[in-house]
Write a protein that binds this ligand. Structure first.
Ligand code: 5AD
Ligand code: SF4
Length: 443
């Protein structure tokens, strides 16, 4: 019999991307092979996101399409019927509702249940009835991080490493604590073991992952332990909460050359009153102070952020504060979003009173301003050289490469003598707002 195949479509953040890698590893252990063709796959999985209404809707329409396809084309070529599953944050949030809504859906499992996938597939095969597994696991004894599974699937020189799961903060707009549960931390020993394994397989850079990554107890110590006890060359992390950026982490930027010159530090708003309504536990002054200390500790640090526009009752004046803030901080780049009400969050009970057209207008303003700032910042790099970790080769042109600087800037460059995984020097010749261009140094 031909090997069974699987197809996973991933929505959302790096956590989901990494979860999909783990799922891929588990399925490979069961003898499944990946395919890029959902129409012919024996198992189709949607790893979903529900952070905003739009992501939720997208998941629903994709699931609907797949189910319609499954129900309209009874399979003749394989013994097993095609299976469709939903995992990730929509699965966690909607659970059994998905099964009653989509007749023909086989499997619904939440992020904390990924480790049970082999067992769930077995149950499915036996009972031939939809299987649901959405229990949140909020204790360290019972949680399964599963990274050793993903590590065997390393592709490229850069890898994600989960260090914690869940979120104990209660930002008023955010559904994540509901769908990802409370914080559970992986032990430093396990984390180091996995990174050593990754390095053996050719990994040179790790990104430590967590919904609130720097609430990991003794976070800066963890970074130091990884630096001292493994041969990984670059360390990144995402996403930190500004309230948990403490002096010891700032000190780590001053003293640890393995820690990359980048921090993604979501600010959400530049207005103190909005920040208060968001329950962010910092204000523009304390955020700015931390940014200044970070920049002092690590000259040239790249700083990126997330911004939400149109939070309930956001006035013109409050929105202007965000624009002024972006001008003041000069972020390297931002991700900006229109506020989206999410059920069971505190902000859901506030009236979503900023009209959609105004949200759109504000989003456009923020993006236009940031575009100009990003372009200007990137311009400073032109004429200099940057150290770049080579991540990809352009399949259409063998001498075209893509890599990232320590500041996390994408560099597209031309060069003959290099390979994926090399750390090389690139002469920067051109700046765009989202990337740099250049040539391999000395060619
Ligand atoms: N509406 C809009 N954006 C949101 N984010 C989180 N929740 C919401 C919401 N309800 C954004 C935040 C966060 C990023 C991952 O998504 O900016 O940092
Ligand atoms: Fe989306 Fe948040 Fe879930 Fe990531 S954790 S997939 S951003 S809802």
């Amino acid at each position: 019999m031909a090997p069974r195949t699987f197809f996973i479509k991933t929505f959302g953040c790096q956590m989901n991307e990494h979860d999909s890698q783990k799922i891929g590893g588990l399925l490979a252990n069961l003898g499944f092979e990946p395919t890029t063709q959902p129409e012919t796959a024996d198992l189709v999985l949607f790893n979903t996101c529900t952070v905003r209404q739009k992501a939720h809707q997208k998941a629903f329409s994709e699931i609907g399409r797949a189910i319609a396809f499954k129900n309209s084309e009874p399979r003749t070529s394989n013994l097993e019927p095609r299976l469709i599953g939903v995992c990730g944050c929509v699965a966690q949030d909607q659970g059994a509702k998905l099964i009653s809504r989509f007749q023909g859906l086989d499997l619904v499992f939440g992020p904390d249940q990924i480790y049970r996938l082999p067992e769930l597939l077995e149950i499915l095969q036996k009972t031939k009835k939809p299987v649901l597994a959405t229990e949140l696991i909020n204790s360290a004894e019972d949680y399964h991080f599963l990274d050793d599974v993903a590590a065997t699937k390393l592709s490229g020189p850069s890898a994600y490493v989960t260090i914690m799961k869940g979120c104990n903060s209660r930002c008023s707009y955010c559904i994540v604590p509901k769908v990802r549960g409370t914080e559970v931390y992986r032990t430093a020993r396990e984390i180091i073991k996995e990174i050593e394994f990754l390095v053996e397989k050719g990994c040179r850079e790790v990104t430590l992952l967590g919904q609130n990554v720097n609430s990991y107890p003794d976070f800066s110590k963890l970074i130091r332990l990884i630096s001292e006890n493994t041969n990984v060359e670059r360390i990144r992390f995402t996403s930190p909460h500004p309230k948990d950026v403490k002096d010891d982490l700032i000190e780590e930027y001053a003293t640890n050359p393995k820690l990359c010159s980048h921090i993604h530090l979501p600010v959400q708003s530049g207005s103190d009153t909005v920040l208060k309504r968001m329950r962010r536990a910092y204000n523009r002054r304390t955020y700015l102070k931390k940014v200044e200390s970070l920049k002092k500790a690590r000259p040239g640090l790249g700083i990126t952020t997330d911004v939400i526009v149109g939070f309930p009752q956001e006035s013109d004046e409050e929105f202007n504060q965000t624009l002024l803030f972006l001008k003041e901080v000069q972020f390297d780049n931002i991700f900006a979003f229109k506020y989206s009400p999410r059920e069971a969050t505190e902000a859901y009970s506030m009236e979503d009173d900023v009209p959609m057209t105004l949200k759109e207008e504000r989003l456009a303003k923020v993006l236009e301003l940031q575009n100009a700032i990003s372009k200007k910042i990137n311009q400073h790099y032109v004429g200099g050289t940057q150290e770049v970790l080579v991540e990809r080769n352009d399949r259409m042109a063998t001498r075209r490469w893509m890599g990232r600087t320590s500041c996390h800037k994408i560099v597209n460059f031309t060069g003959k003598k290099t390979s994926i995984g090399d750390i090389v020097r690139v002469e920067v010749t051109k700046a765009n707002s989202n990337s740099l261009e250049g040539n391999l140094y000395g060619t």
